[in-house]
Ligand binder design. Structure first.
Ligand SMILES: *[C@@H]1O[C@H](CO)[C@@H](O)[C@H](O)[C@H]1NC(C)=O
Ligand SMILES: *[C@@H]1O[C@H](CO)[C@@H](O)[C@H](O)[C@H]1NC(C)=O
Ligand SMILES: *[C@@H]1O[C@H](CO)[C@@H](O)[C@H](O)[C@H]1NC(C)=O
Ligand SMILES: *[C@@H]1O[C@H](CO)[C@@H](O)[C@H](O)[C@H]1NC(C)=O
Ligand SMILES: *[C@@H]1O[C@H](CO)[C@@H](O)[C@H](O)[C@H]1NC(C)=O
Ligand SMILES: *[C@@H]1O[C@H](CO)[C@@H](O)[C@H](O)[C@H]1NC(C)=O
Length: 338
């Protein structure tokens, strides 16, 4: 006879296999112990209370690895089986509970999983976390967090970007106008399989600044050249005279396919594609990312206007690549593009 199991049995099985032993948040009270060491948990009880303990809801009696001593419970030879939620009880009343977690053996491994970027010198920046298998992650800024102090203000992720990829919105209180002499200190904590990973790193805000893509305001034909007027990205710090940006235009010549760069606003007219990027001209930050599709579409329309191409009927779809594709224009109105 063939046995059939309803789907929900499978669901229950999955929950009991994975759910009970994974944490998807940092518990309010937790303790981090080293593997094979002993750890003493203290119950929040009065000296002469008679207390009992539970691990993950199951009563703890004369187990091998635990020793009761008044209001204390010592867990020895700590390893995966004795991790979890230890609660202490006076009769039916729960007095306190502490989650016992393991200190990860290789903590530095998470250092490379955090990537921060600031679009400007204003008071916010974003960090992304890319690491699969971690069920809870939090970040904190400042000395209180690197010291694991109670007063650390932990930030949890504000959105999930993809599988294993989380975004954190951080804010700092550095003045954008002062010369930056204080390093930011970022601490990350992550839980995987009831192990806690922890790392701190220090950097200057200027080291993570990367402007957004600049905007093309205008394109004008000047003899055999095109004069491209570029404006800072709207997310950049103001005033622009103080937070100066340098721009670079990259283009591909139509005749021989050669790539050229221009830090002036004048570029040759006979090009097949172009793109523009910015960076902080004082600290030589990383260049902005290539333009977004929406921006490329805007640029497309701009160039249409400059070259007076009858492009009203053109499907001005954003180009597939981040390059502005003039070749499409060439095909449709070759006489306008000499
Ligand atoms: C219980 O633990 C606390 C803190 O670790 C310690 O001060 C106290 O002496 C312990 N009590 C007993 C009865 O061992
Ligand atoms: C841990 O506890 C066990 C049993 O109570 C004891 O034998 C051992 O010496 C303790 N280890 C340490 C490092 O305190
Ligand atoms: C952080 O990311 C959010 C969402 O993607 C975005 O709206 C915000 O502008 C970003 N902030 C900074 C300072 O990069
Ligand atoms: C750090 O903690 C101390 C004492 O707990 C507190 O006075 C101080 O304001 C905290 N600093 C920050 C930046 O939160
Ligand atoms: C290019 O345009 C900018 C801004 O519109 C203008 O200031 C500049 O004089 C122009 N350059 C040339 C060579 O026409
Ligand atoms: C530029 O980006 C690279 C990799 O994205 C990073 O390692 C480097 O620290 C950044 N440098 C600056 C000055 O932003």
């Amino acid at each position: 006879m063939q046995m059939t199991f309803p789907l929900w049995t499978f669901g229950l099985l999955m929950i009991s296999l994975t759910g009970a032993h994974e944490l998807n948040h940092f518990p309010e009270n937790f303790a981090v112990a080293k593997r094979y060491e002993n750890y003493t948990l203290t119950c929040n009880s009065k000296p002469d209370d008679i207390v009992t303990w539970k691990l993950n809801g199951d009563p703890l009696e004369d187990e091998e690895n635990v020793e009761l001593n008044g209001q204390n419970l010592t867990v020895s030879d700590i390893d995966t089986p004795n991790l979890g939620d230890y609660s202490c009880w006076r009769g039916e009343e729960m007095l306190s509970s502490t989650y016992l977690l393991l200190k990860a053996d290789e903590e530095d491994t998470i250092d490379s999983l955090i990537n921060c970027r600031a679009k400007s010198y204003d008071c916010n920046f974003n960090c992304t976390w890319t690491g699969n298998g971690y069920t809870a992650v939090r970040l904190g800024l400042g000395h209180n967090c690197s010291k694991s102090s109670e007063s650390c203000q932990w930030i949890s992720s504000s959105r999930r970007l993809a599988e294993g990829e989380l975004q954190f919105e951080m804010s700092h209180d550095l003045s954008p106008y002062a010369e930056e002499s204080t390093m930011l200190e970022l601490t990350a904590e992550a839980i995987r399989d009831l192990s806690v990973f922890r790392t701190s790193k220090r950097f200057y805000l200027r080291d993570i600044v990367q402007p957004d893509s600049p905007q093309i305001v205008k394109c004008e034909l000047v003899n055999e050249d095109v004069n491209v007027t570029i404006a800072p990205p709207s997310t950049w710090s103001a005033p622009y005279s103080f937070f100066s940006l340098e721009h670079q235009i990259e283009y591909v010549l139509r005749d021989d396919g050669q790539t050229g760069h221009s830090s002036s606003t004048l570029i040759p007219k006979k090009i097949s594609k172009l793109r523009v990027r910015s960076r902080d001209s004082l600290v030589l930050s990383n260049w902005s990312h290539p333009p977004l599709s929406a921006f490329a579409r805007y640029l497309f329309l701009q160039i249409c206007n400059v070259l007076s191409c009858p492009c009203g009927f053109l499907p001005c779809v954003p180009p597939v690549s981040t390059w502005f594709v003039l070749s499409l224009l060439q095909r449709i109105c070759p006489t306008h593009l000499l």
